[in-house]
Design a protein around this ligand. Structure first.
Ligand SMILES: C[S@@+](CC[C@H](N)C(=O)[O-])C[C@H]1O[C@@H](n2cnc3c(N)ncnc32)[C@H](O)[C@@H]1O
Length: 323
């Protein structure tokens, strides 16, 4: 359990005299506390401490390991974590379509697969903060069931379709070129969505095609069909040792839109580590869970290689084995 200084929280538990100069008072919130708007905007201690000369210490739950990939089964690892300890979850589970993973059997009876899906979803929602965001990637085979399963569990904000180029060719039916990305929040009124972040926005047709003076110079928010290429076997970006690596650009859009710097991003099916790379590159803290020890080791190396700042921490990741 880490402690954070909360200068503006009315129900702090104990008083401290000095807070670290670089403490962010607005980088994570108590589940039931809505911060005043100016404190969200001014993310530094000094600016936030204007309304009161005292500072309060409040315990903010955190996962036992941050900037680590935990080796183990998500259903065994997450129940040991405190409730409400991560800000954003991106889950890209096996789709039960017979992919070849080194440890996981991806051909299970449908009912068994769905029961397992409900269990890991609940485990993720338990560790997600009350104002947290939950993304689930899923294929056509189970998208409808997962959508229905989420009713009463979280609120859908967007049903994004990832349209990928460089899909596989079919001979006797139309080629599949999409995956479903469900965007849920725990609380329909309280969540992070960085609509003004220039890295989230894209140029509009008014700007690009029509040279229209009325165009918003900041561009527009992306539509809910996203085109990103699959990471094919021949691509430089492809790690080569994992069967379903996602593009980092896609994960960066999600991380930038749905979390703030310093917050914690969880990927419960870390795979090749794409979500963790996207989080680390954008100054978020990150934590992954992965069943395969080999993937853990290689993904840790990937995070270290692609994000110089995470190098030291990522290097020791493979030693954190709990499963
Ligand atoms: C679809 S892949 C994730 C790919 C990832 N998004 C990426 O870009 O590399 C699913 C991953 O979940 C892992 N996995 C399967 N069952 C698991 C479990 N019970 N707990 C943790 N990881 C699991 C598999 O080993 C596989 O690496």
């Amino acid at each position: 359990m880490a402690t954070r200084a909360w200068p503006c929280h009315p129900r702090g538990r104990s008083r401290i005299d000095a807070a670290p100069a670089d403490e962010f008072c607005c980088s994570g919130w108590l589940a039931d506390y809505n911060p005043p708007r100016e404190h969200v905007k001014n993310k530094t201690w000094g600016l936030c401490n204007t309304s009161t000369p005292t500072a309060w210490v409040t315990a903010v739950p955190e996962p036992p390991a941050v900037n680590r990939i935990v080796h183990g089964d998500v259903l065994k690892v997450l129940p040991d974590w405190p409730e409400g300890c991560v800000d954003l979850v991106f889950a890209d589970p096996p789709f039960n379509i017979g992919y070849e993973y080194d440890r996981y059997n991806d051909s299970r009876p449908p009912q068994e697969y769905l029961e397992w899906t409900a269990r890991w979803i609940d485990a993720c929602l338990r560790v997600l903060k009350a104002d947290g965001t939950f993304w689930v990637a899923i294929g056509d085979e189970y998208a409808a069931e997962v959508r229905v399963m989420m009713r009463g569990r979280a609120t859908l904000r967007n049903w994004v379709v990832w349209h990928y180029t460089f899909g596989q060719n079919c001979r006797q039916k139309f080629n599949r070129s999409h995956t479903h990305l469900f965007y849920f929040v725990k609380d329909a009124e309280r969540f992070t969505f960085n609509s003004d972040d220039p890295q989230v926005r894209v140029p509009s047709d008014r700007q690009l095609k029509y040279n229209d003076k009325r165009a918003n110079p900041k561009g527009r928010l992306p539509h809910d069909v996203w085109t990103f290429s699959r990471v094919c076997g021949t691509f430089k970006e492809r790690e080569g040792w994992h069967p379903c690596q996602m593009p980092v650009d896609l994960l960066e859009r999600i991380v930038l839109a749905c979390s703030r710097p310093g917050e914690i991003v969880l990927d419960p099916f870390a795979g090749s580590g794409t979500t963790l790379v996207a989080a680390a590159k954008n100054d978020r803290r990150w934590v992954g869970v992965e069943l395969s020890k080999d993937y853990v080791r290689r993904a840790a190396q990937r995070v270290a290689d692609e994000t110089a700042s995470a190098e030291a921490e990522a290097a020791s990741v493979a030693d954190v084995a709990t499963g």
